[in-house]
Design a protein around this ligand. Structure first.
Ligand code: SAM
Length: 270
């Protein structure tokens, strides 16, 4: 599911009432995991390969992916010889990893990235595909930074890829920004984000109308944080900004950027 006009996907929305889904899997239960690796979108080689190339370049020893999902990034990174571990909330998502060629090399711990610890020290922790925004409180996001830092060796890196909220598209009095309007021959799809600029909460909303006229309205909650706020979270966790790019091509982060790939660094040992 694309969350923003920038095409930076964040989460596939589900109805929690879908039969067979385990509520413990959160927003990514079996009904979502089943389609997560479908060809196209975020699984296209031109999306995956640039991310994996940057992560391989930055890795200097074992790495840990927070919210590793189905191993979309972790498995190809491991295939390049980087030792990769992961933390993942959803058993349904994580179950896909071992089924992929080379996936058995990725060690996964089921848990919450705000609190779960994995044994060992890592050269880098990374958290991609907007998933920091799935943690919907400021305290929770700070804990993500603190937990990342706790897994890093001195001089280790924490990398986050996340879209920027579309606030510049909101004139006074408006709180929604459409990212997809796709009418079909019968039915169609409309996707829009709805922002609360006071609380920094937002929802991605998905209205799907089937050819028979029936419809479904699904929404998933997020919290946005401006890059400067993330720099402060990093500082709270004992890290400082090393790099900020507009995308995986390491292009300059500017006022027109729709996402950022940021890298913070823990202090080197004395
Ligand atoms: C958009 S997917 C990204 C998965 C993978 N990183 C990728 O790039 O394809 C978001 C994942 O984050 C997981 N997730 C969300 N909140 C989490 C949390 N607090 N701790 C661990 N995993 C979490 C979800 O279960 C889901 O698998």
């Amino acid at each position: 599911m694309e969350r923003t006009a920038a095409g930076v996907a964040s989460a596939t929305v589900i109805s929690s009432a879908t039969p067979g889904d385990d509520p413990a899997d959160g927003w990514f239960p079996e009904s979502v995991a089943a389609d997560y690796d479908s060809p196209g979108g975020a699984n296209l080689p031109e999306v995956v390969t640039p991310a994996v190339a940057v992560l391989e370049d930055l890795a200097d020893g074992p790495v840990l992916e927070f919210a590793v999902g189905t191993g979309r990034i972790a498995v190809p990174l491991a295939a390049r010889g980087v030792p990769v571990s992961g933390i993942e909330l959803s058993r349904a998502m994580a179950a896909r990893i071992a089924d992929k060629p080379g996936g058995a090399a990725v060690e996964v711990v089921i848990g919450d990235m705000t609190t779960t610890r994995v044994a060992g020290q890592f050269s880098m922790v990374y958290l991609v595909f907007n998933t920091i925004s799935n943690v919907t409180t400021q305290d929770g996001q700070v804990e993500v930074f603190r937990n990342a830092a706790a897994h890093l060796r001195p001089g280790g890196l924490f990398l986050v890829e996340v879209g920027l909220p579309d606030l510049r598209r909101l004139p006074p009095g408006q709180d929604t920004a459409a990212f997809t309007v796709a009418p079909g021959a019968a039915g169609g799809y409309v996707g829009f984000d709805q922002y609360d600029v006071v609380t920094q909460q937002f929802t991605s909303n998905h209205v799907t109308v089937s050819p028979d006229g029936s419809g479904r309205f699904r929404r998933i909650p997020f919290r946005y944080a401006w890059p400067a706020e993330m720099d402060l979270m990093a500082r709270i966790a004992g890290m400082s900004l090393k790099s900020r790019w507009s995308d995986w091509d390491r292009s300059e982060f500017t006022a027109e950027s729709t996402k950022h790939v940021s890298v913070w660094k823990t202090a080197p040992s004395n």
